[in-house]
Design a protein around this ligand. Sequence first.
Ligand SMILES: [Zn+2]
Ligand SMILES: [Zn+2]
Length: 455
Amino acid sequence: MQNRSIEPYLNSSFECECGRTHKSLFAHYIFEPGAIERLPALLARLGYRRPFLISDTHTHAIAGRQAEEILQRAAVPFSSHVLKSPENSDLAADEHALGSIAMANDKEADIIISVGTGTINDLGRYFSYITGRPFLLIATAPSMDGLVSGVAPLIFHNMKITFPAQEPLALICDPDIMAAAPLKMLAAGAADILGKYNCLLDWKLSHIINDEYYCDTIAGIMRTAVDQTMDCAGGLASHDREAVSVLTQALVLSGIAMDFSGNSRPASGAEHHQSHYWEMQFLFDNTPAVLHGTKVGIGTVLMLELYNELARMNRPDFARLRAEISSRPSMDEWEKEMRRCYREGAEGIIELEKTSGKNAPEGLLRRLAVIEEKWEEIKALAAQAPLAGEIYHVLETMGAARRPADVGIPREYVRDSIRFGKELRDRYTILQLMWDIGALDASAERLVEKYCDEQ
Ligand SMILES: [Zn+2]
Ligand SMILES: [Zn+2]
């Protein structure tokens, strides 16, 4: 099993054609059968003597106990904290879990090791950061693209907030363990990667319209990883180890691409805004969480529908669009909608609009002028989007959720996530473009009709 796609980018720094120097400090990627056996030697080589292991009941059984036994045999002193997984759901990465880790903290430990991929990874990465120690990750499933990441999304006061975190200096994956993960988790990881089709288009779109920094090299690295993942969906469905290897590499490359660009642009666009929006609603409603990548997959189908629609669209009447700006909903009406949709999180959204002015008439006028001038270029970009139906079919191949109702997202939340998901971040995407040309509300209705007919 080769790591050929990743090797050139480990601990790398290069001058790029885009004019920037791209850098990633992530250096050690071990993906091989029995990979955990290499932990003691790796620690010795890196100069660490006493790890503090963090796992939960599930991941401890999958790989944590094995890591402990290996350390014991090698006479490496360590301490280990196993968080209790709730009976019927997953552990949340929130202040309670973090408090549990803090209370079990081993002050003598010189490195933090998380055993697990989702919650435990987020918690460990953040705990390393706040206690100023390096971080190492033993992955248990290729279920999301935060394997190599310098931020941690955590739940604080029922709100999902992205905190700075310690990027792992090494990632250890045993393909036997990764491939044995439930298909639901493999499919979620793949869907998180398929979402990059949309986010790369969003990035380029913003470059065309706002002259935002864009790098062809980074986008190219990501696109190759997505194409390869697309081709191995069938293999994932049968837990094939080669397919899992391709997927894990794509997930790691996604983190490296973010290191290179210095933000999450190459890995997160409107499809992630859909996922975040629904996740917030689940938190407000106190309903069980759904895997991140699963939601991203559903959001990707919807957002690609918008690109497909754009590719078929006739040139808008720009003079009319300009004339009608004054009849768009007022800021007061918009604020009312934000309070309805974002509930206790509304203040932050309203604050963001004050600094970003995404919806202010001046910005809209400026963008309409650019969209008018570059309409053909924008349509040509939209024509590069894969068909939503194609991604839908790939998700189906993996038995993954592909319609909102598959994971209990009601019709109203879909309508609102399409209309207002863009308010979550100051990031130009297909959602803002459709809003700019006055097409977003009608598109939301069309998509609700097409994808939410079950309710
Ligand atoms: Zn570049
Ligand atoms: Zn993601």
